[in-house]
Design a protein around this ligand. Sequence first.
Ligand code: HEC
Length: 211
Amino acid sequence: MKKNSQTIKLAFSTAIMGVLLAGFSACGKKDANSPGVEFMPDMYRSPSLEYYSVHTVDGDTINNAMKPVAGTVARGYIPYAYPNTPEGYEAAGLNLHNPLSADNKAQWEAEGEVLYSKFCIHCHGATGGGDGKVGGKLPGPPPAYNGPLKNLPEGKIFHSITYGKNSMGSHASQLTQEERWKLVYFVQKLQGPKEVAVDSTKVAAPEKAKK
Ligand code: HEC
């Protein structure tokens, strides 16, 4: 008698399991991508709010986020005084100098090389010859650092990394000023020793053609 009731219980629970399993697999078969029944739709589909928008919740007006006070600058931001103009470029070439001490030159060069291998090598090439995988395919490939750019002063190197030049884009948003100056040290290493100190203010005006 006891045995019988156990068998019935077992058969009963097996039947329930079967029904449940059938139920689950039926759900799955309907649509594999369906999330199933949504008990609390608000939690699945929260209303999307635009940044800095003003909206109302239960009668209260709410600012989604407060705008920064006028004139706010990002932490660590250092303004760059030379404008992105031919005059700014020349002025940077004459007056702008590397603030990173030359005493640690080897360290800056090593750190600059790491940055160079991430941000510049694909255009300028490993030795700065302008033969990087991307650079070589540009309509105007980058000139070699130890060729036409050999005497480019540090201020102009920094200026061009900051604003970009023709097909080279600006790197101001990817690299801090300190990182850009480390790159200047490394670019100078690739330039090699300067041939002649060129003072652009003292370049003689070309002679007028004789009649
Ligand atoms: C998309 C390719 C590209 C990338 C990336 C690139 N450059 Fe250039 N770069 C060029 C080209 C092209 C020129 C030549 C621009 C011209 O004079 O027309 C150039 C020119 C330069 C010059 C000479 C600027 C001058 O004033 O004449 C320097 C210095 C320089 N790049 C450094 C860098 C450094 C450092 C990086 C990495 C942070 C870098 N470039 C990343 C393509 C690139």
